[in-house]
Ligand binder design. Structure first.
Ligand SMILES: [Mg+2]
Length: 323
């Protein structure tokens, strides 16, 4: 009996109220997991959205109801899980950075894009093609500034540069952006879109809440650069013009509550839906992390692409920033 009382006291003292296990908090994704999820987000958004490229929202509703599975098809007649230029160029840029110990070197970026084009990608934008041909003919790694180059082609592939400059100051960050962007797109609006997504994704990698991303990054940026205002008018059928793209992506990201809702929302707006999907995917991936990505989408994605994206994001992060 005495022994039983002693045991009871021991048990009670072991579980005093302040020692009780706390209710489990959902674990915050690590920076590495956010980086890998952002890479996967580009590929998944690209593969999901490519089915709908150039369609209007009403054509999509008529044909699919709500499009939410990675099934291929579209005007490029893709296999299920196949990716397009957005992911292809992102991975070429990733190679160029990893082969140079994390440095973003203009010549390495230009050569990587050139090599990607030589491998006969399934599609290629006109501005991208012109820029790469300019590099082949002149050896120059930047095209002349042009108002025509306000497309989304530099933004869609930029994630490896954003990851490689995590923790760097603004001067270094924008020099790295220009090293990759100006090979094909030398345009003030394109550069501004890069500055905005550098800020958004760096903050997301650091664990910023969605409210912080909205009130401390997106709204102040739009106030300073009114072209990037994304409220209140809904952006449907976004074109390849970078402002249209950014408006559709920010609306979809801030008006939904999960990785898959965000991607489904943006691609069902049609237009340049593989690229809006890819850009929304990088932002949503960085914010929600790997655990938020639907398993069925990962299964549907091209296995080679899935393998690269699942590990390459964290390799691009500077060692000093790894958790
Ligand atoms: Mg594409």
């Amino acid at each position: 009996m005495e022994r039983a009382c002693f045991l009871l006291e021991s048990i009670q003292s072991a579980f005093r109220s302040d020692d009780l296990p706390k209710p489990a908090q959902p674990a915050q994704p690590t920076t590495s997991a956010r980086a890998n999820a952002a890479m996967l987000g580009v590929a998944l958004g690209d593969a999901l959205g490519a089915t709908l490229e150039f369609m209007t929202p009403s054509e999509i509703r008529h044909q699919f109801g709500l499009h939410h599975e990675i099934i291929g098809g579209g005007w490029l007649h893709l296999k299920p899980g196949q990716i397009t230029d957005d992911t292809g160029m992102m991975l070429a840029l990733s190679d160029a950075i990893l082969q140079n110990n994390g440095q973003v070197i203009p010549l390495a970026c230009a050569k990587a894009f050139d090599g990607w084009m030589r491998n006969r990608p399934v599609d290629i934008g006109n501005t991208v093609r012109r820029g790469i041909v300019h590099f082949r003919l002149s050896g120059q790694t930047a095209v002349q500034p042009s108002v025509e180059a306000a497309g989304n082609g530099a933004l869609m592939r930029c994630l490896p540069v954003i990851l490689a400059t995590f923790g760097a100051d603004e001067t270094e960050t924008m020099a790295a952006w220009q090293a990759q962007a100006h090979v094909t797109h030398n345009n003030a609006l394109s550069d501004l879109s890069g500055a905005l997504f550098m800020q958004l994704i760096h903050a997301a990698l650091a664990g910023a809440s969605k409210r912080q991303l909205l009130n401390e990054v997106a709204h102040p940026f739009a106030k300073a650069h009114p072209e990037f205002t994304f409220r209140p008018k809904r952006r449907d059928y976004p074109s390849g013009y970078v402002i249209d793209t950014v408006q559709a992506v920010l609306q979809a990201f801030f008006d939904t509550d999960s990785f898959d809702e965000c991607l489904v929302e943006v691609v069902n707006r049609g237009g340049d839906s593989d690229t809006t999907g890819a850009i929304a995917g990088m932002l949503a991936g960085a914010h929600y992390g790997l655990g938020a990505i639907p398993a069925r989408w990962l299964k549907q994605l091209d296995p080679h692409i899935r393998e690269r994206c699942t590990s390459e994001g964290e390799k691009l992060l500077p060692r000093s920033q790894l958790q």
